[in-house]
Design a protein around this ligand. Structure first.
Ligand SMILES: NC(=O)c1ccc[n+]([C@@H]2O[C@H](COP(=O)([O-])OP(=O)(O)OC[C@H]3O[C@@H](n4cnc5c(N)ncnc54)[C@H](O)[C@@H]3O)[C@@H](O)[C@H]2O)c1
Length: 254
């Protein structure tokens, strides 16, 4: 039986990479997927491929940093059973390479964006009798990663936000978990390699692949499978946890 039959799922940033893979798998498993994405073209591309497979998907052009936009989209959607807080941006640099503008930009999307989605969706889930939330943290939430000052700050916030939501809404039958991927081969990774290491793209791709003891980056579809498990009733006894999905990055890099 399909694992999300009849469920309504919101995936922020579903127009690319991990969010696209999660949206696609959730729709295949019977969910009606609502993508909230800043980039309507990416969202529409995901919607088209979902519909081609007989799935259901709607795209809401929405900047998750803007509370009024997120509240309006969620009001339009109505019932929500599953929320995946996935939209996120990268920044490469240590403390001295992070201007206040860099810090604010990362905070606006990765921290405030997640807060806005939670703020809009949790009351709807409470009124419906429960739900499942998945927050995209990162190995940068768990261990020190070089030159990721702002990004690590934002993903540490996701890790802690997840615990707070899981604790406060346990009584409302809302489960909340986070996942912490190491490098996943998405436009996010290709984009920051191109921007930060021009002319050395292949070398950096190889180097970043090797930082996972397993010897490669993850594919977005591998992340989507864990997301599906955690957002489905198969994970009914799991809340307030974080799962590293990292090719051994956290525990075997020694
Ligand atoms: N790719 C990795 O190696 C990796 C590793 C660990 C964690 N993550 C996390 O996974 C999530 C997805 O990463 P990805 O690699 O798929 O990224 P991606 O860049 O491929 O996709 C991100 C999506 O989010 C959307 N988005 C960006 N800002 C937005 C905003 N303000 N409002 C709405 N939508 C917005 C983009 O349009 C895009 O569709 C991010 O939170 C990222 O931090 C990624």
């Amino acid at each position: 039986m399909s694992k999300l039959n009849g469920k309504v799922a919101i995936v922020t940033g579903g127009g690319s990479g991990i969010g696209k893979a999660i949206s696609t798998l959730f729709a295949k498993e019977g969910a009606t997927v609502h993508i909230l994405d800043l980039n309507p073209a990416g969202g529409e591309e995901t919607k088209l491929s979902i519909e081609a497979e007989g799935g259901k998907c709607e795209v809401h052009t929405c900047n998750v940093s803007k509370q009024e936009e997120v509240l309006a989209a969620v009001e339009k959607i109505g019932r929500v059973d599953v929320l995946v807080n996935n939209a996120g941006i990268a920044h490469v640099g240590n403390l001295e390479g992070c201007s206040v503008e860099d810090l604010d930009r990362v905070y606006e999307v990765n921290v405030k964006g997640a807060y806005n989605a939670l703020f809009a969706v949790v009351p709807v889930m409470k009124a419906n009798g429960g739900g499942a939330i998945l927050n995209l943290a990162s190995i940068a939430s768990l261990v020190g990663i070089p030159d990721r000052f702002a990004y690590s700050m934002s993903k540490g916030a996701i890790y802690a936000m997840n615990l707070s939501i899981a604790k406060d809404y346990l009584k409302d039958n809302i489960r909340s978990n986070s996942i912490s991927p190491a490098r996943v081969h998405t436009p996010f990774v290709d984009g920051f390699i191109a921007k930060n290491y021009p002319g050395k793209e292949d070398e950096m791709f190889e180097k970043l692949s090797k930082t996972q003891p397993i010897g490669r980056m993850a594919e977005p579809e591998e992340i989507a499978k864990l997301a599906l498990f955690l957002c489905s009733d198969d994970a009914s006894f799991i809340t307030g946890n974080d799962y590293a999905i990292d090719g051994g990055f956290v525990k075997l890099n020694n």
